[in-house]
Design a protein around this ligand. Structure first.
Ligand code: NAP
Length: 259
């Protein structure tokens, strides 16, 4: 299947590492132009060089989205470089472990803001350009918004908010022909996931326990498998799919755990 995204421009927050990196790579493989918003200077530059060598235009905006002005600036840089925006992937986030007992009200608010605020900001400032292209938006969520995880209230509240905003924006943007979907990973080996595993006494044992519980093939989902679904949703090949929460997780969230 040709996804027909050649020369189209897509923003990926957190696009230099982990799931975001796989999405940037997948867009480039299909001939699209990735705009990577990520503070990781070395990784972002490396990807740009690699893409440009293969004849794919790209841009690395070395920035951590914190304030609305960061998103505004990223959109302005993108439009200056390419003159158009065809899609936004809200992906950047971190499970920062601010729970009820181990957190504070101030840390909770900061965590929600850190994980949710820039999802709104990026779409808000990209909207005039997405209207022109009838673009597509993909929010990366987390299965923890459905199952809970414990000791991470701020991250979970933000992840739940992302799923609600997916439905809300899908409705608000119907009139512009802009589609909005969420892709929900569960267990994907990335720098973020490795850091989380390291919090256990025996990370290898914990990993094996998790893999055993993943119904399909008893293995982690690869970042590439998440990316393939995201890029399909960005493309017009998914032209009648909007407002959906799509779990790419080997059945981990919904299938019988007793399997
Ligand atoms: P990751 O390995 O930490 O990669 C995320 C990238 O985003 C990093 O380069 C990070 O830079 C960057 N980043 C973080 N905050 C940013 C911000 N505010 N603005 C711009 N860039 C930012 O994470 P991942 O595991 O790929 O996770 C990506 C998304 O998938 C997240 O939304 C996460 O909640 C979701 N998810 C992941 C899993 C999983 O199993 N991995 C499961 C469920 C959901 P720094 O490293 O410098 O912070």
């Amino acid at each position: 299947m040709d996804l027909q995204i050649q020369q189209k421009v897509f923003l990926i927050s957190g696009g230099a590492k982990g799931i975001g990196e796989a999405i940037s790579r997948c867009i480039a493989e299909e001939g699209g132009y990735p705009v990577i918003i990520d503070p990781s200077v070395i990784e972002g530059k490396k990807l740009m060089v690699e893409f440009n060598t293969n004849g794919i235009k790209s841009l690395h905006i070395a920035k951590r989205l914190s304030n609305p002005s960061d998103a505004k600036d990223a959109i302005e840089q993108t439009v200056k470089a390419f003159g158009r925006i065809d899609g936004v992937v809200n992906n950047a986030g971190s499970n920062d472990g601010v729970g009820l007992e181990n957190g504070t009200p101030e840390a909770f608010r900061a965590s929600v803001e850190k994980n949710l605020g820039h999802y709104y900001d990026l779409v808000h400032y990209a909207l005039p350009y997405l209207k022109e292209t009838k673009g597509s938006i993909v929010n990366i969520g987390s299965k923890t918004a459905i199952t809970g995880q414990g000791n991470t209230s701020g991250y979970i509240a933000a992840k739940g908010g992302q799923l609600s905003l997916t439905r809300e924006w899908a409705v608000e943007l119907l009139k512009y022909g802009i589609r909005v979907n969420a892709v929900i990973p569960a267990e994907v080996m990335t720098p973020l996931y490795k850091n989380w595993l390291e919090t256990f006494e025996n990370p290898n044992l914990k990993l094996k326990e998790i893999e055993r519980k993943i119904p399909f093939e008893n293995r982690m989902t690869t970042a590439k498998e998440i990316a393939d679904t995201v890029v399909f949703l960005l493309s017009n090949r998914s032209s009648h799919t909007t407002g959906q929460h799509i779990f790419v997780d080997g059945g981990y969230t919904h299938l019988d755990r007793a399997l």
